[in-house]
Design a protein around this ligand. Structure first.
Ligand code: FAD
Length: 383
């Protein structure tokens, strides 16, 4: 049985998935989270079949948990912003499940975290622990938290999101870049917009330029519809999951969109507004006994809806790369196997998200949706 002491900074989607996978492998895992607990912040998470398959294989509890409140989009549709013309249609639902082995699920971020938290001993998640300074030497990694406490581990995983303190400690300070794009998020009851066609589909309304789009899909077993609209706007730089925007601004900005899309915006009572930030692909993710996953190493624009999926895939592959490692001396090679397995795919998706053309006119989604994190070759893996 493997037995490294592994610290994970960040109890987000990637951090918790990694914690479960590493705990399953027999490692002694502790998670440090800056928040005081799990709160119901944020809204949608789009889990395409690649992400659902990776989560399902963690175990029956997670598998059941993520299905409790999730919705299953029937299709993935592309429509033109003004004419409403459909430019691509992919059947999801049962057909996608048969093809890829897993369905697409859309779920509130808090419900996904709750499903993951059920399968990891909660006493191993230390809340109100904001990592500030991290150093490593031959004996392992030392973490100092803003409350002054310290912790020593053999291996440290930075799953601490786009402003990652672990990344800064490894590669120096470099701020994420404002993309010039802002996002509006809103949820409306499906019953309020029942006349809008294809409500249970994942629909992307492609706007007049690559920054401008409206995406809608079902949430909460299809009882609600989630609206995610983006647009180029240089004047708003605030990155936040909780800051309200103005519904009147949302309606004005998309006033020329097709009436089906506008009907959804007309039904919104409130909206959140946030500036979108990103980074370039990172040439290396690991250093000594430390590595990164998810937004900490490849934050991306949401245009391919793969941010959570890439964090989940990273976590599974990292868990596999470290599964049979028993000594600290073996760790750097295992971390290299992990990042060598993951970097090309995540960079391609990071850059594809920036370009925002994927599936506009149709195409093959298999390379994204068909990826099998539990089966992909992790070079050198002991079976
Ligand atoms: P994240 O989900 O960002 O998780 C990082 C975790 O690390 C967070 O829990 C954070 O509190 C913690 N952390 C950060 N710094 C430190 C530190 N120094 N010490 C300790 N802990 C630290 N995406 C969507 O598509 N829709 C949403 O509705 C949505 N809501 C979100 C709400 C919140 C509060 C956050 C943090 C992120 C949200 N996201 C949302 C982003 C989305 O979860 C990520 O883009 C994606 O899932 C990748 O996940 P991740 O685990 O790499 O990073």
């Amino acid at each position: 049985m493997a037995s490294l002491k592994i610290g994970v900074v960040g109890a987000g989607i990637g951090g918790l998935t990694a914690a479960i996978a590493l705990h399953r492998a027999g490692h002694d895992v502790v998670v440090f989270e800056q928040a005081k607990g799990f709160f119901r912040v944020g809204a949608d998470i789009n889990l395409t079949p690649n992400a659902v398959g990776a989560l399902d294989a963690l175990g029956e509890k997670v598998k059941a948990g993520i299905r409790r409140t999730a919705a299953r989009p029937t299709h993935r549709l592309s429509r033109t912003w003004d004419t409403g013309v459909e430019t691509s249609r992919l059947v999801m639902g049962n057909e996608a499940e048969e093809k890829y082995g897993s369905p697409q699920l859309t779920i509130h971020r808090a419900d996904l975290l709750a499903a993951l938290a059920e399968d990891f001993p909660l006493e191993r998640v230390l809340f109100d622990k904001r990592a500030e300074a991290i150093t490593q030497d031959d004996s392992g990694v030392d973490i100092t938290f803003v409350d002054g406490s310290t912790y020593h581990v053999d291996v440290l995983i930075g799953a601490d999101g786009i402003h990652s303190a672990v990344r800064t400690s490894m590669f120096g300070k470099e701020n994420p870049r404002f993309t010039g794009v802002v996002a509006f998020r809103a949820v409306v009851p499906a019953s309020k917009v029942a006349n809008v066609p294809n409500l249970q589909a994942f629909t992307k309304w492609w706007g007049p330029n690559p920054q401008s789009q409206i995406v809608t899909f079902p949430l909460n077993r299809g009882e609600d519809i989630f609206i995610f609209a983006t647009i180029g706007q240089d004047s708003w730089h605030l990155e936040s999951w909780t800051t309200p925007g103005k519904v009147s601004e949302l309606r004005e900005l998309y006033a020329d969109f097709h009436h089906d899309a506008r009907a959804l915006l007309d039904a919104c009572d409130e909206v959140l507004k946030s500036a979108l930030y990103e980074r370039d692909p990172l040439p290396a993710w690991s250093k000594g006994q430390m590595t990164l996953l998810g937004d900490a190493c490849h934050p991306m624009l949401p245009f391919m809806a793969q941010g959570a999926g890439m964090a989940i895939e990273d976590a599974v592959v990292l868990g596999r790369a470290l599964a049979s490692v028993k000594t600290a001396a073996e760790v750097p090679a295992a971390l290299k196997r992990y990042e060598d397995t993951r970097r090309e795919r995540t960079s391609k998706i990071q850059l594809g998200s920036r370009g925002n053309e994927w599936m506009k006119e149709g195409g093959n989604a298999d390379w994204v949706y068909g990826y099998q994190a539990w089966n992909v070759s992790v070079d050198g893996e002991a079976h």
